[in-house]
Design a protein around this ligand. Structure first.
Ligand SMILES: *Cc1c(COP(=O)(O)O)cnc(C)c1O
Length: 358
């Protein structure tokens, strides 16, 4: 059932079906994901002293508040087409939130493997709300993904991590939307890199639009890892990745090769930023633009600040940057790293005016 107005948004599969591996027989499982805003960020650019145009692709406004919903809509649709009974994933949090929601909608069982004690509460609460089977692995994300790989796909069990190629296919629709919204492709696209599926997906999206002559250029892909979890930049897997940006706390990315290929083919780069730089950028975007994003999203923002300072962003460039998940996902982090606090005031106008500095 879709809304009667054919122009109403009804999810990425219906909008971009011609680019996706679906047929008439594919049952579409959608929560109307996608169609997220591309928000101009002029204050941020002014504060860092830039002279370029920056647009934020705010993926925190997807149904489960991260970009994972794009790939998950397609992955769960294909699992239903194959008559799978259970879907399973390893997750730093957002994949599990998304898988749990889409599985609930499709009436499938869902099992999620989470690194024990290292998941943001917002994300965990989502998997719980949608009644997933939640398995706490005594290890990190890489251990959880290794376990999922060992099980493998069977007739009844479908893996919905980004090692499932349809996840990448669904996620490339964000690049289509950016081109549709801008009316062209940007000069640079910045995003965080964890398991490296998303940078792979965006590059594929930008390439496909270019091949079909829907755009006349392709952006440089600029990916950012956290310094304590930067296997691609450091050139080897990291056994114990550590960063405040838990969504990219990954030591052995599944899409490593394709991420490097995307950076090279686009003449872009994959670099790392410190947790301190991530924290500063996290605050700056929320203070200056009213946009609340989770810590991982601040990695490319920190990267952009550094690139600007090094003179790597030519004047009048168009830069797009993916804010991959909503700030409310990780409330604890927001509360712990904020400079504000609650000012206690007695319930009378005089005291209130004093508190207001008036
Ligand atoms: C999953 C995720 C990432 C990392 O994306 P990859 O495709 O694994 O590189 C970054 N930020 C957020 C908020 C995520 O949920």
């Amino acid at each position: 059932m879709t809304p009667t107005n054919p122009n109403a948004w009804s999810g990425i599969i219906r909008r971009y079906a011609e680019f996706l591996p679906v047929s008439e027989k594919t049952p579409i499982v959608s929560l109307c994901e996608g169609n997220t805003p591309l928000i101009p960020a002029p204050n941020f650019v002014r504060i860092i002293g830039g002279n370029f145009r920056l647009f934020l692709k705010y993926e925190g406004l997807n149904p489960t508040a991260s970009f994972k919903d794009r790939g998950m809509s397609l992955a769960i649709s294909k699992a239903c087409e194959k008559d799978a009974r259970i879907v399973i994933c390893a997750s730093t949090g957002n994949t599990s939130a998304s898988a749990a929601a889409y599985a609930a909608r499709a009436r499938l069982q869902c099992a999620v493997l989470l690194p024990h004690g290292n998941i943001a509460m917002g994300k965990l609460s989502q998997a719980m709300a949608h009644n997933a089977l939640i398995i706490g692995i005594e290890g990190n994300f890489d251990d959880a993904l290794r376990l999922v790989r060992e099980l493998g796909n069977t007739a009844k069990l479908e893996i919905v991590n980004s090692i499932n190629p349809v996840r990448i296919e669904g996620q490339k629709t964000a690049a289509f939307e950016i081109c549709d919204q801008l009316g062209q492709a940007p000069d640079f696209h910045f995003l965080p890199v964890g398991n490296a599926g998303n940078i792979t997906a965006y590059w594929r999206g930008f390439e496909e639009y270019h091949e079909r002559k829907l755009t006349d250029r392709r952006p440089k892909m600029c990916g950012y890892q956290a310094a304590g979890a930067a296997p691609i930049v450091d050139g080897h897997p990291i056994e114990n990745p550590e960063t405040i940006a838990t969504a990219i706390r990954i030591g052995n990315p599944a899409s490593w090769q394709s991420a490097v290929a995307a950076a090279e083919a686009s003449e872009g780069w994959i670099e790392k930023v410190t947790d301190e730089a991530i924290e500063n950028a996290y605050r700056l975007i929320a203070h200056s633009e009213g946009v609340f994003a989770e810590p991982a999203c601040a990695a490319p923002l920190a990267g952009l600040i550094r690139c600007h300072e090094a003179g790597r962003i030519p004047e009048a460039s168009t830069v797009t940057l993916t804010l991959t998940g909503h700030g409310l996902k990780d409330c604890d982090f927001a509360l712990q790293h904020s400079e504000s606090s609650i000012v206690p005031v007695k319930p009378n106008a005089a005291d209130l005016l004093k508190a207001l500095g008036l």
